[in-house]
Design a protein around this ligand. Structure first.
Ligand SMILES: [Zn+2]
Length: 174
């Protein structure tokens, strides 16, 4: 896995410089921007500092060739699962504000089906496995954005739950 650390500029909209209370879960997303690269999405987050309406970011971005960009430190709050309401599962296992105790990983995809490339999935597996080991997490601590807020994200794993189960199968059960 080729990981580059290219941190966002600190700013209220994507890098608020707040600390996580703990790392209780990892949330998987799609970028919802077909064909875009990890760097383009990293720059999108970075440029949010020039506006004043949108809050968005994630800790890691994984590109179509499997390239990984880390743009927030692992102890920092990112804005990837904020919503007006959260699922009972999230309220029970995470907190009333899941952004304060989760790491967000955004995966790039070639088209609107949201299907990921083999390279993207391979890097995602390696990264998630490493994070599971570091924070003592297991399969049950991995979430689709959908599981927390009901959003159609990441679309491929929401529309194809069997593929999500297959992905989860690569991680420790406990
Ligand atoms: Zn998402």
């Amino acid at each position: 896995m080729n990981l580059q650390e290219i941190y966002l500029t600190k700013n209220p909209y994507s890098r608020p410089d707040k600390r996580l209370t703990a790392v209780k879960g990892i949330v998987i997303h799609w970028v919802a921007n077909p064909g875009s690269s990890a760097m383009q999405n990293r720059n999108y987050f970075d440029n949010l500092r020039f506006q004043s309406t949108t809050y968005a970011s994630a800790h890691f971005l994984i590109g179509l060739e499997g390239e990984v960009i880390q743009c927030l430190l692992e102890n920092e709050v990112g804005y990837h699962v904020g919503a007006n309401r959260y699922s009972d599962l999230a309220l029970k296992n995470l907190s009333s504000y899941p952004n304060n105790c989760t790491l967000g990983i955004e995966l790039c995809h070639p088209d609107w089906t949201g299907k990921f490339t083999g390279e993207t999935l391979q890097s995602a597996k390696e990264l998630v496995l490493e994070l599971c080991e570091r924070y003592n997490l297991s399969r049950k601590d991995l979430y689709r954005h959908y599981d927390i807020t009901g959003k159609d994200c990441p679309r491929w794993f929401v529309q194809n739950p069997d593929k999500w189960e297959e992905f989860l199968g690569g991680f420790p059960a406990v």
